[in-house]
Design a protein around this ligand. Structure first.
Ligand code: NAD
Length: 321
C-alpha cells in the first residue's frame, strides 16, 4: 500500500517538474502580447500618460480611437432607417453612427458640449452618403430630451432606432468621499437620461423599431472605485430587460451592449494619468477594445435582418473571461 501511494506521489512530482520547467521557459506568461484577432492591429498598453477635462474630447486623445472600420462593408442592414444616438459625438457612439450610416441609416447625434467632435462625426456620417443632424442637449433634463426627439422627427420624419449611450463616469476610490452631487450627476445622466429618451422616443417608433442601451461590465461585476456608475449600469441592464417586456406589444425590441474597457474619451477624462497608461491591460486580451470593435454589436441588435427574435438581452463585449 505504502509503495503504491509513494509511486503516485512520485508521479505527481514528475508532472509538476514538467510544468515548472515549461513555466520557467515561458517566463510564467509575463511579457505575453495582447490578443490581436481583428481585421487590423489594435493599440496595446502602455499608452501615453494623459488626463483630460470632462466631458472628454476625442480629438485630444492619444492615440486617436479607431472608429471607422475600413474593412467593414455595409449591406443595407438599416436601409433608410433613422437612428438617434446619445453621446454619438465620440467614442462608441461615433463608431455606431458611422457603421449605421454605412448600413443605410440617417443619424441624429445628441451630445453635451463637444462641438469639434460632433462636427467630425457629422462629416464621417455624410462621407457614408447619409444625413446627420447634431443636437446639443443634456439628457438628464426631460425637456431637452423631448426637444432632441422633436428635432429628429422634424428632420427625418420618424425614429427607428434609439441608442441610449451618453454617460457620466468619475471614480471615487473612497466610498465615504462619494458626494451627493457626484452621485446625483451619475444617476441623473445614466439612468434618468435613458429613461427620458426612451419615454420621449417610443411614441414615434413603429413596430420593427429597436432600442439599444449601452450598459457595462461594471454593471455585471461591479467596480470598487465606480460604485455609483456600476449601480447605474446594473440598473440599465434591468431597465433593458424590463422595458423589453413592456414594449413587446408595440413591436419594439430592447437590448443592451455591455462593453468592457474601450479606448474612448470616457476613461482618459476620469482615471489618473498613470492608470490611463495601463488601461485594458488587466483584461484577458491585455488591451482595451477600440470603438469599431463594439459598433458591429449595435448594428446586429438594431437590424431586423439580424436580430428580429432577440429582445431583452445584455450582450457583453468584454475581451474574454
Ligand atoms: P465618450 O466619452 O465618447 O461618450 C460619452 C458621451 O456622453 C459623450 O459624447 C458626452 O457628450 C455624452 N454625455 C455625457 N453627459 C451627458 C449629458 N448630461 N447629456 C448628454 N450627453 C452627455 O465615451 P464612451 O466610452 O464611448 O461612452 C459611451 C458609453 O459606453 C457610455 O454609456 C459608457 O458608460 C459606456 N461604456 C464605456 C466603456 C469604456 O471603457 N469606454 C466601458 C463600458 C461602458
Amino acid at each position: 500500500m505504502q509503495s503504491k501511494t509513494a509511486s503516485e506521489a512520485a508521479k505527481q512530482r514528475h508532472i509538476q517538474r514538467g510544468i515548472d520547467a515549461r513555466d520557467k521557459s515561458k517566463g510564467n506568461g509575463k511579457g505575453q502580447h495582447a490578443m490581436q484577432a481583428g481585421a487590423r492591429k489594435y493599440p496595446e498598453p502602455p499608452f501615453p500618460e494623459q488626463h483630460h477635462p470632462k466631458p472628454g474630447d476625442e480629438w485630444a486623445i492619444d492615440p486617436a480611437p479607431l472608429y471607422d472600420a475600413p474593412f467593414y462593408l455595409g449591406s443595407k442592414k438599416l436601409d433608410d432607417k433613422v437612428a438617434l444616438i446619445t453621446g454619438g459625438d465620440s467614442g462608441i457612439g461615433r463608431s455606431v453612427a458611422v457603421l449605421f450610416a454605412r448600413e443605410g441609416a440617417d443619424i441624429a447625434i445628441v451630445y453635451l458640449a463637444e462641438d469639434r467632435d460632433a462636427k467630425a462625426t457629422k462629416s464621417a456620417v455624410e462621407a457614408e452618403g447619409r444625413r446627420c443632424i447634431l443636437v446639443k442637449a443634456d439628457v438628464s433634463k426631460r425637456d431637452q430630451c423631448r426637444n432632441a426627439v422633436a428635432q429628429t422627427v422634424k428632420a427625418f420624419g420618424r425614429i427607428d432606432v434609439l441608442v441610449n449611450n451618453a454617460a457620466f463616469q468619475i471614480h471615487s476610490s473612497e466610498f465615504a468621499e462619494l458626494t451627493e452631487e457626484h452621485f446625483d450627476t451619475t444617476l441623473k445622466t445614466n439612468l434618468y437620461g435613458y429613461f427620458h429618451m426612451a419615454q420621449e422616443a417610443v411614441p414615434h417608433m413603429k413596430p420593427g423599431s429597436a432600442i439599444i442601451n449601452t450598459g457595462s461590465v461594471t454593471g455585471i461585476d461591479g467596480s470598487k472605485a465606480l460604485v455609483d456608475y456600476s449601480m447605474t449600469k446594473g440598473g440599465i441592464h434591468a431597465f433593458t430587460r424590463a422595458l423589453s417586456g413592456n414594449l413587446l406589444a408595440k413591436g419594439i425590441r430592447v437590448n443592451a451592449v455591455a462593453p468592457g474597457p474601450v479606448w474612448t474619451p470616457l476613461n482618459p477624462s476620469d482615471k489618473e494619468a498613470g492608470d490611463v497608461s495601463k488601461f485594458g491591460a488587466d483584461t484577458p486580451m491585455k488591451r482595451p477594445a477600440q470603438p469599431e470593435e463594439l459598433a458591429p454589436a449595435y448594428v446586429f441588435l438594431a437590424s431586423p435582418h439580424c436580430s428580429s427574435y432577440i429582445t431583452g438581452e445584455i450582450l457583453p463585449v468584454v475581451g474574454g473571461y
